[in-house]
Design a protein around this ligand. Structure first.
Ligand code: NDP
Ligand code: 8X3
Length: 254
């Protein structure tokens, strides 16, 4: 086992859902947490709930200059990041491509793909120089399949899959591990964000089934990070028990 106590873990998108649960799970292992997202007040609230060292970091991962500045300007006692969890991401809208809102596309591509790349590029050279580290990306079942009205979101998660595989190849011989954790249906703020605050529409996504929780995914992320030095978990795909693909699920009448 890799002991996570005292290790420095940067979680992007730590203000909600999977990211917040992941931060809690690492903190329970004694890790020190850099909590990054745009909503500072949420990060500070979470930091106040966690035992141990935390550093809230207000950051929009789409802003490359801000990412570089924030990560190169970390206080020295926080700079040696051991584990990077690239979790910040979103789906925006569900429309057939020919009717797609191009602003939705830009938000998804800029966050899920470009943002993940900016953060990775800023963190990984330090890991290599220090002789080790672990990048854990949060992909999706949507990176393994495509569903109607989800082409662009699915494409961004397919890109995460390819970036994960490419980075792992480029890290060969550096002692930096690269993994992806790819969830199915997790009830977080994801669908509320996707449907622009429409909570009724969002709740229908999970109606009649028992979805995954952020804690279920956080468990897997911590498991991946805590494998022994000789073990590199490439990919973990986690579905809700009532689903068999991104869109095929068994629902009980409510
Ligand atoms: P939430 O909406 O609950 O959380 C998303 C997080 O991403 C928030 O903390 C948000 O913080 C952060 N975020 C969004 N945009 C940015 C940005 N530009 N800069 C920094 N942080 C940002 O959703 P989930 O927890 O479900 O989503 C987390 C990840 O899991 C995403 O990558 C998503 O694609 C993936 N995923 C989710 C699934 C699900 O069913 N829920 C299934 C498979 C994958 P803030 O708004 O404060 O910036
Ligand atoms: C989120 C899961 O099925 O909504 O990545 O695409 S899904």
């Amino acid at each position: 086992m890799t002991d996570l106590a005292g290790s420095i873990v940067l979680v992007t998108g730590a203000s909600s859902g999977i990211g917040a649960a992941t931060a809690r799970a690492f903190a329970a292992e004694g890790a020190r947490l850099v909590l990054a997202a745009r909503r500072r007040e949420r990060l500070e609230e979470l930091a106040g709930q966690l035992d141990g060292d935390t550093l809230p970091l207000e950051l929009d991962v789409r802003d490359r200059a801000a990412v570089d500045q924030a990560l190169s300007g970390l206080p020295p006692e926080w700079a040696a990041i051991d584990v990077l969890v690239n979790n910040a991401g979103l789906a925006a809208g569900m429309e057939p491509l020919q009717e797609g809102e191009v602003d939705h596309w830009a938000r998804m591509i800029d966050t899920n793909v470009a943002g993940l790349l900016w953060v990775t590029r800023a963190v990984v050279p330090g890991m290599i120089a220090r002789g080790g580290g672990h990048v854990i990306n949060i992909g999706s079942v949507a990176g393994h399949e495509t569903y109607p009205k989800g082409a662009v979101y699915c494409a961004t998660k397919a890109a995460v899959d390819r970036i994960t595989k490419g980075l792992r190849m480029d890290m060969l011989g550096t002692r930096v591990k690269v993994s992806t954790v790819d969830p199915g249906m997790v009830e977080t703020e994801f669908s509320v964000v996707r449907f622009d605050g429409d909570a009724d529409r969002a709740s229908k996504v999970y109606e009649g089934l028992d979805p995954l929780t952020g804690d279920d995914i956080a468990d897997a992320v911590v498991w991946v990070a805590s494998r022994p030095a000789n073990v590199q978990v490439a990919e973990v795909v986690i579905l809700a028990s009532a689903q068999v693909s991104a869109t095929v699920a068994h629902r009980e009448p409510t």
